[in-house]
Ligand binder design. Structure first.
Ligand SMILES: Nc1ncnc2c1ncn2[C@@H]1O[C@H](COP(=O)(O)OP(=O)(O)OP(=O)(O)O)[C@@H](O)[C@H]1O
Ligand SMILES: [Mg+2]
Length: 305
């Protein structure tokens, strides 16, 4: 006869006590999350045009690799506390342009930029501008979660230490983890390796690491592309909350994602010469329902790309 100390029997008993499993937990979480996104979207009133504040202004921006243009002559604004989505087919220069917004392309050999990018009116590429400070104010999150092989705590504290923001270290780390809804999940294992977290948790940790240094702008390059649908929705929920405080630019291949979480959308494509260019930028609702250009309509309706 099985006794209570029999682990197999005990887990059967526990399962019986817990009752039948919900029909499909993944579906339940997904529909709950989608409902929450809908709620967040409903609360968000569009900012009238005359009250939009440009944070970043791109004027005739061309970025080349070893002299060959990857993306040409882009002129557009990124507005404060708005989510701007970059969409378009693979290779049209979305990542290239995104990286130029916090001078990450300085680190790529052979990359050059023509035209002008201003940040609150200051030339982002001006000779007196410190690229390290630029990257503190304009943070970046990559497609693949890239935590350092360090503890959860040390990952979040990394930028704080780098930038000499060492006062209130514990407090700032905790704040950043709260902002990405990770605190409750990790508060008891802050000293454990970040690499032991799930993919979705690692990505939220990378977002916490970027937020810890108190940036104004967050650049996100397909931040959910490597995640499962539930982890993706959690990232989307997070973006919908962060946009109340931060200015966000996100690259995505997921049209539903762009339409769910962005206020503005910029559609890029490339010509036969494979040089990328901006087709149009505008309010997301307009780009997805009534774009000016037929190229945009073909892309957002799935007829191309
Ligand atoms: N480091 C690099 N050196 C040389 N060429 C590059 C480099 N990075 C990108 N390119 C080229 O620049 C062009 C634009 O690439 P980019 O990665 O910006 O496109 P993308 O729109 O982000 O594409 P995807 O949707 O596939 O991520 C491509 O032709 C690519 O091969
Ligand atoms: Mg890319």
């Amino acid at each position: 006869m099985a006794t209570v100390s029999d682990p197999e029997k005990r887990s059967e008993d526990e399962a019986a006590a817990a009752g039948p499993p919900p029909p499909n937990t993944a579906d339940a979480v997904q529909s709950q999350s989608q409902a929450k996104l809908g709620e967040l979207a409903a609360k968000r009133a569009p900012v009238p045009e005359d009250r939009r504040e440009p944070v970043l202004r791109l004027d005739g921006v061309t970025i080349s690799y070893s002299g060959a243009a990857a993306v040409c002559d882009v002129t557009m604004d990124v507005f404060r506390q708005q989510v701007t989505a970059f969409i378009g087919p693979s290779g049209c220069g979305k990542t290239t342009l995104l990286r130029s917004l916090n001078r990450m392309n300085d680190l790529v050999a052979g990359a050059t930029l023509d035209g002008k990018i201003t940040y609150h009116g200051h030339d982002l590429y001006g000779s007196a501008v410190d690229p390290v400070e630029v990257r503190r104010r304009i943070g970046m999150v990559f497609q693949r979660p890239n935590p350092f092989p360090k503890s959860i705590y040390d990952n979040v504290a990394f930028g704080l230490r780098l930038h000499g923001m060492k006062d209130r270290l514990d407090e700032r780390v905790e704040e950043a983890l709260h902002k990405t809804a990770l605190w409750d999940e990790v508060k008891d294992r802050l000293k454990s390796s970040a690499l032991a977290l799930s993919g979705g948790q690692q990505q939220r940790l990378c977002i916490a690491r970027a937020l810890a240094v108190d940036p104004e702008v967050l650049l996100m390059d397909e931040p959910a592309a490597s995640l499962d649908p539930i982890a993706t929705l959690r990232i989307e929920e997070l973006i919908a909350e962060l946009r109340e405080t931060y200015t966000i630019v996100i690259v995505t291949h997921n049209m539903q994602q762009a339409s769910r979480i962005s206020d503005r959308t910029a559609f890029f494509t490339m010509g036969p010469d494979r040089e990328g260019y901006l087709v149009e930028a505008g309010d997301t609702a307009k780009i997805f329902t009534n774009p000016t250009e037929s190229l945009t309509e073909d892309y957002v309706s799935g007829r191309f790309g």
